[in-house]
Design a protein around this ligand. Structure first.
Ligand code: RP5
Length: 165
């Protein structure tokens, strides 16, 4: 199976990125985690990204906050799919990072998830791997069924509490 690379701009992004790590773990998908910054360590970020396909990666998750150009800078150096996670920083509730990540010009795509949407970033990568992997596709179906059941249970609780008339 291809590996997923998780790259974050700073180790201060780790609390957000952890959900992506946990999600990949729960599906048994192999991954690596790195701190590479588009502006603090641009050479290392580019070197890692240029070698990613030949090093067995199938997609790259890039998480960054503030002027979050990391995902775009990563996407510039690979034709692997890149999923961007805008991280909520101390100002603007993550809107700054969201716009920096999502507003890519034509030709260099970044699939951007919600602000701090690390679990969905991992799920999107797993869905990409599942195109060619039936066991992974089944595991995704099972997770959906489990999530649906959990919501229906919650609905039962809420309905029992409030619907008396
Ligand atoms: C970005 O700047 C990082 O992705 C992080 O979200 C933000 C702040 O980084 P630190 O100053 O906490 O290292 O590059």
């Amino acid at each position: 199976m291809k590996k997923i690379a998780i790259v974050m701009g700073s180790d201060s992004d780790l609390p957000v990125v952890q959900k992506a790590i946990d999600t990949l773990e729960s599906f048994g998908v192999p991954y690596e985690v790195h701190v590479f910054s588009a502006h603090r360590t641009p050479l290392e970020a580019a070197e890692f990204t240029k070698g990613a396909r030949k090093n067995g990666f199938g997609a790259i998750i890039a998480a960054a906050g503030m002027a979050a150009h990391l995902a775009g800078a990563i996407a510039a150096n690979t034709t692997l799919p890149v999923v961007g996670i805008p991280v909520c920083g101390t100002s603007f509730l993550g809107l700054d990072a969201l716009l920096s990540t999502v507003q890519m010009p034509s030709g260099i795509p970044v699939a951007t998830v919600a602000v701090n949407g690390a679990a969905n970033a991992a799920l999107l990568c797993i869905e990409m791997l599942a195109i060619e992997d039936e066991a992974l596709a089944r595991a995704l179906e099972e997770k959906r069924a489990k999530d649906t059941k959990a919501v229906l249970e919650k609905n039962k609780g809420v309905e029992a509490l409030y619907n008396k008339f």
